[in-house]
Design a protein around this ligand. Sequence first.
Ligand code: FNR
Length: 408
Amino acid sequence: MRPSRRNLFQAVGAGAALLAAGTPDVNAADAPATPPAAAPATPPALPPDFGKASSANNPVNIVSPEHLEATARKTISPGRFAITGWSGEGLTYRANRASLDATPILTRRLQRIDEKAIDLRTSILGHELPFPMITCPMGGHGSFHVDAEVATAGGTGAAGTLYVSSGASTRPMEDIAKATPGPKWFQIYMNRDMELNRWLVQRAKGAGFTAIVLTADALGPGQSDEYIALGRPRDPTLTVGNHDPRYGGRGNFGDLKRDLSFSDISFLHEASGLPVVVKGVVEPEDIREALASGAAAIWVSNHGGRQMDGGPGSFTLLRPAVDAVQGRVPIVFDSGVRRGVDVFKAVSMGATVCAVGRPVLWSLMCGGAPGVKSVYDWMAGELHSTMLLSGVSRAKDLTPRNIAATKI
Ligand code: FNR
């Protein structure tokens, strides 16, 4: 997905009617923005070109991330697809790929590597994983697929790895937890109502989630120029599952706590009794303070370029984070991970696992749960061959010496 003037103009063409309709300032797939001053009294009608979510349910033949994205784009309307975009003009989004691409892999030779013995396994917070990849928390999957997060969690579980359920999921957390036999964490967008936060994390624990992910970087609308040009399309029939009274939910998801602080880490830990993973802290000083406040893992991310535009590529932030953590806790890395070679680079740099974001959504659109499994099979296959070709047997043995880390 590359922001371009052509995409933007195509989008504007498709969504001209929406501009006139004046849809609310909310991106359903992420933390809602502050409501507009003059919100319409009734939900807007479904935009004429908004179409239906995908109902595909098949394995996907993955050729490349670009091909997967292009195929996914054809499965749903431009309005739905634009929800997966970046913020602003996509500077940070592009920097994410550039920072990974700029780091070459180094190769060892004559290492007696037995192809059959290549071992991708890793572990994080007590969970054994078949490979160092997990699914990012992403909200609003109902915009993309009729089975929403049930399909995404199911596909992730079928691949054998960990699913992180977004606080902004379309379906309630209990349905998502039941959809995967694999490990799962619950990501929270903290509410101004601290009792609601307490209730949510205790509910998550009861549903089988084993860690709480505190997203620290989603404080604003985070909308792309393309999405705005389309009139901020949103399916008004979609709700946030965890708060929907039809599923036993309560509270106003949109009443977000924006003045997050380090004390929220200890609050979530005390309220849930679960380890707290802090997502989106990237400055070494912030990372040290998060650890001092009890963070059980650090998640290096810039939200896939969906929040502040103009920041550095996420991969450039990983090495300073690894230095700040000094091996005390695991590190999750995301933003720009598209292929097995990216996972190789991030794990070499010191990440424990990579979290896969948009490729999971694209495969969800193209194939539902079996499609999501396909993307993991493909990425794991590429990681396997990259290890063989670079002379490393075990993912756990990757170090910065396996990449030209000095170049970034
Ligand atoms: C996200 N992301 C996100 N993060 C989070 O903590 N809670 C959320 O609800 C969401 N929602 C969301 C929706 C959509 C459509 C996208 C694409 C992303 C951010 C996500 O967890 C992750 O940080 C990025 O997706 C990583 O960037 P790439 O690799 O997808 O480009």
